[in-house]
Design a protein around this ligand. Sequence first.
Ligand code: PGA
Length: 252
Amino acid sequence: MTFYFGTNVKMHHTPTESKTFVTSLQQHACPSDVQRFYIPPFTSLGGLADETHASDIWIGAQNMHQADAGEFTGEIAAPMLTALNVDMVLLGHAERRQLFGETDQLLAQKITTALRHGLRPLLCVGENAAQRDAGEQVSVIREQLNTALMHAGNGHAILLAYEPVWAIGESGRPATVDDVLQPLRFIRDWLDSRFGEVHVPLLYGGSVNPNNCGGYAAIDGVDGVFVGRAARTPEGFYTTLTAAYASWKNNR
Ligand code: PGA
């Protein structure tokens, strides 16, 4: 079994800051059953290719267009990412869905493209506050999974993050373990019944920090945590990773 731990730094980190960040991660010893990943802005990806390709830290992009090339000003295609030795691509983050109108139909296309190019898609799903208050958590997530993963093949190379929208970012409320048990159980069962033999890693994200990460990592069926603000510095990354991994390990 592998424990997954990574951060999406959103619109933070210049190329120089990304290099410093990754160099610092490389200097910390990491247990062999931990897979770390770092998802910087596009502009940092080129500068990381050489250093990280030989190391055990996956580098990811924060988004990608579904076409391989074309007249799409301002967009980035999968072959451009693989040319930089990028390992994974984040798809369907709540901010992409909310602020940039990404739909599950679009994400299904992006996942197909990512898989065809050998990029590991990290798909985010999760309900917003109104949907939660209306008791629609599970039905919203089911619809997201059914649609976004409709062309996901046998599930190989896919990662899933459950990130309730109401728990993300500075205005978010960190979820209690009780808040997320049922949706995580639902997603774990959905993935297991859809993909069978292939174990799709399930991560939890949304205001994860060194104090609360252990609670999420201990939940049965959870394979890792996905962190924003708390892991934006190397120190924060390591403190949170250490606490989360210890809890995951103790509960397996
Ligand atoms: P946060 O971000 O940890 O800062 O809430 C999480 C995310 O957006 O994935």
